[in-house]
Design a protein around this ligand. Structure first.
Ligand SMILES: [Zn+2]
Length: 196
């Protein structure tokens, strides 16, 4: 270890405050597991997320059928985690969320995002998570309308009103993310970290 930091040969790329240097690798023309066309693009990016660490983002996108699969994995093995966060205002909506495909996300009594084969991993914020739940409730409402299930339609409408108030920062809401792989996090000093 030298006394002074020694410059390495490779110049550091310019980076924004929130977006540390990423190295992307892309492979195109792979066979899609769904439609079997050779139009699948695989992307792997190594990224450093402040207060989370170095992680890898993987994604598969098919240009023919639109198949999309993505996940995120921390560079080192992590213990199972559970984050609990109360979103109380507009500022809280911007809090960064890292959600792997193995994570379960719960928003109050309104809804949840479950892990599984079709689940994706991504980096988003609290607003992004709430919007995904909102889309789920909208689909649920539409299906219930088609089946003339009035009780479910009313319940879904009330949930949508509540979600809108949460998105306007007018109503507090508790968000819980648990991940047995430890590849998820809510990046805020207000978030409580524990065991699932
Ligand atoms: Zn395809």
């Amino acid at each position: 270890m030298g006394k002074n930091p020694v410059a390495t040969g490779k110049p550091k790329p310019a980076m924004s405050e929130n977006d540390a240097a990423s190295d992307y690798e892309t492979v195109t023309g792979e066979t899609c597991p769904v439609c079997h066309e050779k139009q699948l693009t695989l992307t792997e990016a190594r990224k450093e997320i402040p207060f989370f660490g170095i992680c890898y983002l993987f994604s598969m996108d098919c240009g023919a059928c639109g198949y999309h699969k993505a996940d995120i994995e921390a560079e080192e093995d992590r213990d199972p985690v559970k984050f609990t966060f109360t979103c109380e205002n507009e500022e809280d909506l911007r809090v960064r969320v890292i959600k792997s495909a193995s994570a379960t996300v719960k928003i109050g009594q309104i809804g949840s995002i479950e892990p599984g084969e079709a689940a994706n991993g991504y980096v988003t914020n609290i607003e992004g998570v709430i919007n995904r739940i909102k889309t789920q409730v909208e689909h649920l409402k539409k299906a219930a309308e088609d089946e003339e299930d009035d009780e479910t339609v009313t319940k879904a409408k009330n949930h949508l009103k509540k979600l809108t108030r949460i998105l306007w920062g007018q109503e507090p809401c508790k968000i819980v993310i648990s991940d047995p792989t430890g590849n998820s996090a809510i990046i805020s000093p207000k978030a409580e970290k524990g065991k699932p």
